[in-house]
Ligand binder design. Sequence first.
Ligand code: ADP
Ligand code: MG
Length: 390
Amino acid sequence: MSTKLSQSEYDNIDQIFAQADAEVLKIEAPGRINLIGEHIDYNGGNVLPAAIDKCIYYSFKKNGSDKTSNVLSKNFSEGFTFDISVPEKPGDGWLSYLSGVLSEIEKRVPGKVTGFDCALESKLPIGSGISSSAALLCGFAKGLNELFELGIDDIEIVKLCQNAERIFSGANVGVMDQFAVVKGKKDHFILLDCDTLEYKTIPAAMKSNVLLLLNTNVSHNLADSAYNERRAQCESALEIIQSKYPQVKTLVEATEEMVEEFKEELGEDRVKRATHVIQEQKRVEATVEALKNNDFELVGDLLNQSHDGLQNLYEVSCPELDFLAAYARKDDRVLGARMMGGGFGGCTINLIDEKNVDSFVADAAKAYKEACNLELTPIPVKTNNGVQKI
Ligand code: ADP
Ligand code: MG
């Protein structure tokens, strides 16, 4: 059971932000983008994410108590005091995510974490598909790992945070977000095989081109049930294909011919979902090649095609995302654009020459306001290292 911190208790914990002594551990945890490979991680395929230069900042300090800990989030202007051995209920606000991390740590290294104070402040928009949730969990887990010298390696941190998010958010999330947040490398994308967790870093030098996120300011809060539904559709599509082709271990290994062969049994929705997954996986490979060849026109085309798949086949977009993707596509200043993340809101990712960013953003914001009556928030991003001590 947790209790809300009073204002004076909050102010007291808040002070550790300003402290620069050796007892206070400072951590930054980046958000992530995904260049391409959307809704692929839980289908066992390859994705191409990167950590970004927008982060959550933490200050941690041991407080000398056995189990009583305090944590506050500046963004929510609230904090809690709680017993680390008593888990919060899943789905019960942001503290339940952190409690989930503590439970997962306890399973691996019992009894090593004792009372601590933690204050955090995020520069990431929340619920916008840049994975503030994975940043929150992974920064917290890595911070505790460091503070209490738990010796948990990065891959185990990734897995424990994925599990905590799965249990405490109600969405059966894949592994990409946590992996990118923990293992990100400045100036690189990560080509991650979500089945084996093998990965390669891919240089992100793109000449004068940059990545620009456009936040629709539509929150994807209602997406969890649709997410779980898509996941279940993919799992059952795979089972149907495996009935004749047992060698197909993940849906990305299936072919469009196989989907065609089983189209009656699959039915329209599962045909569309599987087709997106198979085509999107090919686009990831093509994007890696195009980046190698400095063919940014092609990268842009692949982003556009990815949006089409997400809009029409996977059906996880929304009118605001579709508007921005279509607007970018007919504008010569943008090489390509697509919705990014789980969908139903959040951001588009745009590949654009740096010199065109300001003029494009001004025009797109005006058009978006007229069409959707919403403000557009541009977020220029650069690739970054994963969670680190500062
Ligand atoms: P996103 O696309 O940003 O990951 P999610 O819905 O997956 O969106 O996660 C958002 C949730 O993560 C919030 O509702 C909250 O519970 C938690 N969260 C993110 N950032 C913070 C923060 N700075 N302080 C407290 N909780 C946060
Ligand atoms: Mg999230």
